[in-house]
Design a protein around this ligand. Structure first.
Ligand code: ADP
Length: 422
């Protein structure tokens, strides 16, 4: 095990794991800090997915330190703390506080903070974070319900989350490549800087930043900054050349569960609902106390018994008007939980019957399904569409899972993902 990663949310963890796999690392993602007895097998990188982005800073620090201790016990040589590429945080934390605690725990006094990922429109210049063509504070993120980002200057933002000095590796140094960046690290360290925001305008800058960071015990940022890290280990002879990630070799019945109501998921549902057996979940029926989970499960098992090769679709996805109406009737949170629990319970019933190939649409929905299936860790396989890999559950029954957050994937995602497995 070479690289130990701590991610502050689930889909961010998958994004990072997927990036590492593409750069040639065998990667496992665990859901929370694994308890004892989980045999992960051989791997180059482990990403521990926490849910620490918006919890109180003290709790985020505690969970991150637990993850760190576990990763170090697995032999991690370098630690990555992964957060959102829009630097999602408030003055109360948690990026600065967690970074400081991790530095203290590994006995180091310098790290970088680089959420840039130019390919996905996140670039940093003079310490200012841009989303596409506009500043972070004009990107819509200024209205985020949990962590409004009203200040685009990351040096200032991070300074409010740590009592230590924050500096900048500006683009002049970054353009000089790894040697220039490393020289700037040394200058900043000498000046007492503990956290350095690093400019990055092109993806190739991230490779240089990664190379310059090879000696740092802790690196913090988005998934982009991890792109250059595998090469460091390869150069040092710790890793073989790009092993192709394996698909989960699962033969069996397939189910698609869609709980996302995003525009793309609704298109993906529409793309198969005329030709595949399809079961629509009616939240009102759940609200009336009907056993929708058993009805959906029974329906799916009957269809799958008739034609085991034909995937079935179970969805709750609805348009904004319908959702508003459902939320008005039951409350936003309860409506979400009702649907998530129903989909989770159907997934569990299918698994107990031996169904072993699941495609799930929706971030929260994926969380609910993974928890209902009692999945503790995932081996990350090849990418289906940008940012969404096939994965294989570790530690339980053999199980192939494709978990996508709402807007990810192209319109043919459901058929495409299942079409890859044979
Ligand atoms: P996304 O990744 O698109 O945000 P999520 O699964 O994270 O998708 O969130 C979708 C939320 O909407 C979930 O809590 C889900 O249970 C809820 N939901 C799904 N279908 C409906 C519906 N028909 N009415 C109300 N809420 C729904």
């Amino acid at each position: 095990m070479l690289l130990g990663c701590i991610a502050d949310d689930f889909t961010g963890a998958t994004d990072l794991a997927n990036t590492l796999v593409k750069a040639g690392m065998r990667t496992v993602q665990s859901i929370g800090v694994p308890g004892p007895g989980l045999d992960i097998g051989e791997t180059d990188a482990i990403v521990v997915a926490l849910k620490s982005r918006t919890i109180p800073a003290n709790d985020a620090v505690e969970q991150s330190l637990q993850a760190l201790a576990w990763l170090r016990a697995q032999g991690a040589r370098q630690i990555v703390f992964k957060y959102c590429s829009t630097f999602d945080s408030t003055d109360a934390g948690n990026i600065g506080q967690v970074s400081d605690a991790l530095l203290d725990a590994i006995n180091e006094d310098f790290t970088i903070a680089c959420p840039a990922f130019p390919a996905t429109g996140r670039s940093i210049y003079k310490g200012y974070l841009f989303v596409g063509d506009v500043l972070l504070s004009e990107s819509g993120m200024q209205d985020h319900p949990l962590n409004p980002m009203t200040d685009p200057n990351l040096v200032r933002v991070l300074s409010r989350q740590t009592e230590h000095p924050v500096g900048l590796v500006d683009y002049t140094a970054v353009r000089e490549g790894a040697p220039g960046i490393r020289a700037r690290f040394a200058e900043l360290k000498k000046a007492g800087v503990r956290h350095a925001i690093v400019d990055a305008v092109l993806d190739e800058d991230l490779i240089e930043i990664g190379a310059a960071a090879s000696d740092l015990g802790l690196i913090t940022g988005g998934s982009g900054v991890a792109m250059g890290l595998p090469e460091n280990f390869r150069r040092q002879g710790f890793m073989a050349d790009n092993p192709a990630p394996a698909l989960p070799g699962m033969v069996g019945r397939s189910v698609v569960l869609a709980g996302s109501c995003s525009r793309m998921t609704r298109k993906q549902v529409a793309a198969v609902s005329d030709t595949w057996p399809t079961f629509a979940i009616d939240p009102h029926a759940i609200g009336r106390g009907e056993d929708v989970a058993t009805a959906g499960l029974t329906w799916a098992l009957e269809r799958l018994a008739k034609d085991p090769d034909q995937p079935v679709l179970i969805y709750s996805s609805a348009d904004p008007d319908t959702i508003s109406e459902i939320q008005a009737a039951y409350g936003r949170e309860r409506a979400g939980t009702m649907v998530e629990e129903t989909l989770g319970s159907i997934a569990r019933g299918l698994l107990d019957d031996g169904v072993n190939r699941f495609v799930v649409a929706g971030g929260e929905t994926s969380g609910a399904v993974v928890s209902a299936l009692d999945v503790r860790a995932l081996r990350i396989g090849p990418e289906i569409d940008p940012g969404v890999p096939w994965t294989e559950a570790i530690g339980g029954v053999p199980l192939a899972l494709a978990l996508k957050s709402g807007n990810f994937g192209a319109e043919d995602f459901f058929a495409k993902s299942l079409g890859m497995l044979p």
